[in-house]
Design a binder for this molecule. Sequence first.
Ligand SMILES: Nc1nc2c(c(=O)[nH]1)N[C@H]1C(S)=C(S)[C@@H](COP(=O)(O)O)O[C@H]1N2
Ligand SMILES: [Mo]
Length: 396
Amino acid sequence: MAGSAAGRPWRLRIPHREDFTSPVHDPRVVARVGLLLGLAIAAAFLTGLVSHLHQNPVAWLPLPPEPAWGYRLSQGLHVGAGLAAVPLLLAKLYSAYPALFEQPPVRGPLHALERASIAVLVATSAFQLVTGLFNTFQWYPWEFGFVRVHYAVSWVLMGSLAVHVAVKLPTIAAALRRRVDAPGPDGRRPARLADEDARTRRGFLAATALAVLGVTALTVGQNVRALAPMAVLAPRQAGVGPQGVPVNRTAAGARVLPGAVDPAWRLTVAGPGASVALSRGDVLAMAQAEAVLPIACVEGWSTTAHWSGVRVRDLLALVGEEADVAVRAVSLQPRGAFRQSVLPAQYVAHPDSLLALRLNGADLDVDHGYPARIIAPNRPGVLQTKWVSRLEVVTA
Ligand SMILES: Nc1nc2c(c(=O)[nH]1)N[C@H]1C(S)=C(S)[C@@H](COP(=O)(O)O)O[C@H]1N2
Ligand SMILES: [Mo]
């Protein structure tokens, strides 16, 4: 064993920070990887807030239905940044972990607080990346509700990140100002070794960048149709599915059969004063509008498609309502959080907000929401309710 090579008995000894001599642990490497990780986390946090606001609207910050591709971009960035953060977090932990063995472990109350904040930061980052990744695969091996917990933990993560960056700012700034290929920390290493150290630091950073690019390259095909064949790490690919659109939940999975294909299906449009029931033929006989709009799933995939159907505001007119009210779309689905959604008033007014009947030139596939579904611009896929049977004006 290595410990007994000198002939002495093997003995457990807690390492000291100075025992870790690899140039990869140099603060210049730690700071550079940390900067990239910080940017990825910030992008994921801000785009996560956008997603949260779409799903939990607040009156003082109404979201606009334009640009139509807004949510597609924002959620693509959210999932892309989260995926990129996986190799960055691993690289950051590897380059920084010798700091765990600082002596003395605690130098005072403030230092204790700072170290505790790092424990929280590492734990919450790992938690967010793991739960987010599992969610993209629709795999929930836990009891809690993903969306609420992922959202709540993001605030804890940002808090601990703020403490960490504030405490380390002088170290980070100094480390970022120094070139990675300048001689090592003490400058006393012989030139030959100093060169080797510089190459090691550059190599580690290059490998980390390569891992980020690789993960991105193997998943971006979930959003970019031309790159779909490359998306081997993504559960769904842009443009791949019935009618050229991926399916999030099938009709069978949502338990809407046989109701969804029953000719007795009726669409109820209910206002506070009046209500009508329409067959699919009735809806088809109304003025049909067309729109090219993306479906952008919260789980990261997105695809643009050609939709046609009836404007939601035209349906409201049937019950004597102006397009200045919010509308709830209720589906045939018996249970589950996605069985209904609310279209805020500014979306109801938009001419591209449709109750769609057709997709890419044919009747909706039953897995895409036959007989009728909501499609509206700049909106999470989770709110594009399929198998709609009722539109009701939201009163107060
Ligand atoms: N009734 C109902 N509508 C639904 C869902 C659902 O589970 N039930 N899933 C939503 C989600 S999460 C997405 S991303 C889109 C996907 O639409 P698609 O399967 O037609 O591509 O449908 C939305 N509409
Ligand atoms: Mo979704």
